[in-house]
Design a protein around this ligand. Structure first.
Ligand SMILES: [Zn+2]
Ligand SMILES: [Zn+2]
Length: 151
């Protein structure tokens, strides 16, 4: 559940936007909410919570799409419209990167899954912790510590 080598590189569908991640993720997740189902055009979204200071866009510009705030800032490639990462207003420590954009996403699996109350009946993941909604902010340090210990 940890990348085998750093930095990790990734890009959008068309390759116009490229990014680099220089630290392991704080945690990984799958989200079953209907918003993620719509935005990913799939059963759930996948997230690597990456320390903000370890993330850099190294090529291309981004545009805001999706909900267009005020709480969530969804960043997209302006050419192929791939949903690349999300910044949450008021949270500066990490941002949520879509791990299937990585050149090597093979290490990824979701550690938690969220919003299972809205999930499609057949949608299952191997996540260790399931939440009907979202985990409380005060639970995050414990989950992050457990993810780090899990290796
Ligand atoms: Zn693109
Ligand atoms: Zn969601």
């Amino acid at each position: 559940m940890k990348p085998s080598k750093l930095p990790m590189t990734g890009s959008c569908r068309c390759g116009q936007v490229k990014f680099e991640i220089s630290a392991p993720p704080l945690m990984t997740a799958a989200c079953h909410c209907t918003g993620c189902q719509r935005m990913s055009s799939s059963a759930f979204s996948l997230t690597a919570m990456v320390p903000a200071d370890a993330f850099a866009v190294v090529q291309g510009e981004l545009v805001i799409g999706g909900l267009r705030g005020p709480q969530l800032h969804h960043h997209f490639c302006p050419s192929c419209m791939s949903w690349m990462f999300t910044r949450i207003e008021g949270i500066d420590a990490f941002l949520n990167v879509r791990p299937t954009l990585l050149d090597d996403p093979g290490w990824f699996s979701p550690f938690i899954e969220t919003m299972t109350k809205e999930k499609l009946p057949w949608a299952e993941t191997p996540a260790r912790h399931r939440f009907e909604g979202f985990p409380a902010m005060e639970d995050l340090p414990r989950l992050i510590a457990e993810f780090a210990a899990a290796g």
